[in-house]
Design a binder for this molecule. Sequence first.
Ligand SMILES: Nc1nc2c(ncn2[C@@H]2O[C@H](COP(=O)(O)OP(=O)(O)OP(=O)(O)O)[C@@H](O)[C@H]2O)c(=O)[nH]1
Ligand SMILES: [Mg+2]
Length: 509
Amino acid sequence: MPLPARNPNDVDPFDELLRPPPGETEQDRVIRLAQEAEAKRRSQAIDNSLKAERMQQKKKSVVRLLLLGQSESGKSTTLRHFQRLYTPSAFRAERILWRSVIQLNIVRSVRTILDAISSVPPPAPTDTQSPNEDSEEDPPYVPHELELLRLRLSPLHHVEALLIAKLIPPSQDDAWAPIASTSTSGAPIIAPYHHHHPAYPHRPDQRWRSSQEVFVRPSATSWKGALAKSFPFPASARPNSIDDDSTSTATSRDEAQQVLHACCGDIAVLWTNPFIREILRRRKIRLEESPGFFLNDLQRVTLPDYIPSDDDVLRARLKTVGVSEYRCEMEAAAGREQGTEWRIVDVGGSRSQVGHLSLATWVPFFDDVDAIIFLAPISGFDQVLAEDRTVNRLEDSVLLWKAICSNKLLAKVDLVLFLNKCDILDAKLKAGIQLSKYVRSYGDRSNDLDTACKYFRGKFSAIHREYSPLPRKFYGFCTSVTDTTTTAGILASVRDMVVRRHLKQSRLL
Ligand SMILES: Nc1nc2c(ncn2[C@@H]2O[C@H](COP(=O)(O)OP(=O)(O)OP(=O)(O)O)[C@@H](O)[C@H]2O)c(=O)[nH]1
Ligand SMILES: [Mg+2]
């Protein structure tokens, strides 16, 4: 496009000033130009240093924390803990949204049970045999009353579809992509994807079809946004307490909750039936230890006006896919970190998402973090990965820990280790499962929680010492991040440690 013709009457106020002084000699002109260039250089330098200072200032007040660990290790639960402790009102306001996740957790638990008994044939008309407790073979048939129960629970299929639709609005179908595998624990694996990440191929061509395929929404709106829309009151007016009147209006319209409420008795019968317990035992399905287990709380969580408690939110299972960042301003408890912004990055740990990619692909995104919390679920010593049943969970955690410790780009990042799921480890050891059977080097040490924790701490600490490119301090905690009381104390220490280190770093810069 041609520039508009200049109006001769326009006088540029700068022309006058910038015009060379009258009678300037060639020598004067050279000196003047050199002086002008020098002034320009100086002003540029000042601009640059101001910019750098601003950046530095910005950097100083932002603490970056990264959560790492295999799938189901407890990363998102730890993040939820941070939210609960440091942005409590937002956390409380969002509790109602977790109800759909808990509903889906329950439906998936029921499905796991029904799947387990589905390979056992229904009774032949003459069959009267009852399951043989001593035999390791399946009982010959499913008792008639359980067949009826299965029929009565069929509305749960509809509930599952309903919940999926609620979490994934149809208009956003094209924004979802599948993950290769499903969780055997019966936990739903749907998650927010706040940021596009080059590590994830975007495959809009596939839709959610069955429990075998799971989808992520790689958009800025999280599942919470979608869910919030399905509730008839604005986020700001969401109930904070169970007695709130608006709650009953909201909950009475929740079809999934109504169906679950109606099926509550049948689900309880299914869960407590001795025949089913036997089948689950033989299949080595320990539902109570699986993520998102609510079958022991059915009465309470299927009430029409149920609002998840803090504990329930921490126990609910929703698999993370991709990367999500949580930002919050920490309360100024210790005064000096007032106004510090925390950015906590939670990544999906499933191998099916990152399996073909090495850790090296991820690291460049995270080398500027102040600290990494690495979660190793030590209760997984007798379990395999849901996404690769040839890999022992503990072994996978050790390898990942080794890789992170030895990574040169992360050499200056502090590593905080959470030996997590100690409560489940405790239950397993108390149930008589021998750790030494799975971890040979455990030898004849006593089969109790304290000894086991000490042992694992020693092992992980040795790897840290041996593989860190530069010497650094080892911070190791034995945790059960679903436990609010103990975890609050641990997170406070981590927070203090990270802030102290962050301040020291910013002073050094
Ligand atoms: N009993 C018990 N359950 C835990 C503990 N930590 C986490 N969980 C549960 O384990 C499940 C998985 O935890 P998440 O925090 O979703 O795991 P994650 O590491 O984010 O997993 P991905 O998103 O798949 O990478 C959730 O249902 C948690 O409630 C623990 O210490 N004890
Ligand atoms: Mg997660």
